[in-house]
Design a protein around this ligand. Sequence first.
Ligand code: KG4
Ligand code: ZN
Length: 341
Amino acid sequence: MKKYLLSIESTCDETAAAVIDENYQILSSVVSSQIDLHKKYGGVVPEIAARAHLERILPVIDEAITQADISLQNLSAVAVATQPGLVGSLLVGVTAAKTLAMLLEVPLISIDHIAAHIYACKLHAGEDVFPAIGLVVSGGHTNLYDCQSALDLKLLGSTIDDAAGEAFDKVAQILGLSYPGGPAIQQAAKQGNPKQFPFPRSFLKEDRLAFSFSGLKTAVLYQTQGQPGANKQPPELTPTRIADIAASFQQAVVDVLVAKCKQAIQKTGHKTLCIGGGVAANTEFRTQMETMCQGENIRLIIAPMKYCTDNAAMGAIAWEKFNAKIFAPLDLDPTPGLVRA
Ligand code: KG4
Ligand code: ZN
């Protein structure tokens, strides 16, 4: 009898469930996005996110089971993303998973959301990708890892302030573009000149594997609204100016991400680079990362678009734990903060 696993994801603002069989085939991947709820605030509001997860979690699980054409009794395990994330959001998924595991008397498996983002690359490649450098670049994280295996990740560096996706969202807000900011900036940037504004690129020339995007965000703010205390006002924010700022901002983020991945590759000697997270959906980022990897003779695997942003299919990583018999207790609690291995 084939084994099936239910994966649940509720770390931030996507309520998701997927059914994955023991051969890593994704039989269903249901994602209920809350973008419309958070749009008017220009970012995720944790309390609203938690309430929306509560309303959606059961229908989403139901839909995943129905689409996979199985019944709950066919499940061999229930897996859930338990870290990192918003505590209220995490609690909804974790409670649902614990309840199901208890009722069905099957093992409960805890998923590290960041490791799952990197695992989306393995799913995509359909073959082993480790050891590798892993970059997770999303609304909540900008982390570089030395990945010895799917479950053995060592943090090489992360952002000291905003995540790259968060910077996209905030800059979009400054420019009066829609939420989420990434796709809106990418669209506006198409008509812009990426060299028009020399925005800062933090730590670019330093050996340190760390990121910082808050100075970049402030530079965009000053370019748009003027510097505090300055008596000269910036020019009107015309569509051309918006396009140039968007393109220059996007290029600054891409330059830093590409440079730090290159440094991580040179430091570790790894020959594979795996990238996941919402910002990896950015086309300029993908193109320029590819060029760098070709130059360095590195195998680049970027998660496919549908598995870049939050989803439960990347929870296929739970099979690695199932096979290693690494199960979670039924009194499992979520861990909101980043776990630094
Ligand atoms: O991975 P994700 O869905 O959620 C988190 O775990 O944060 O990433 C969402 C982030 C948002 O900040 C969004 O603006 C960004 O990914 N994003 C993009 C693009 N599409 C989504 N950033 C740049 N370019 C894009 N095309
Ligand atoms: Zn994520």
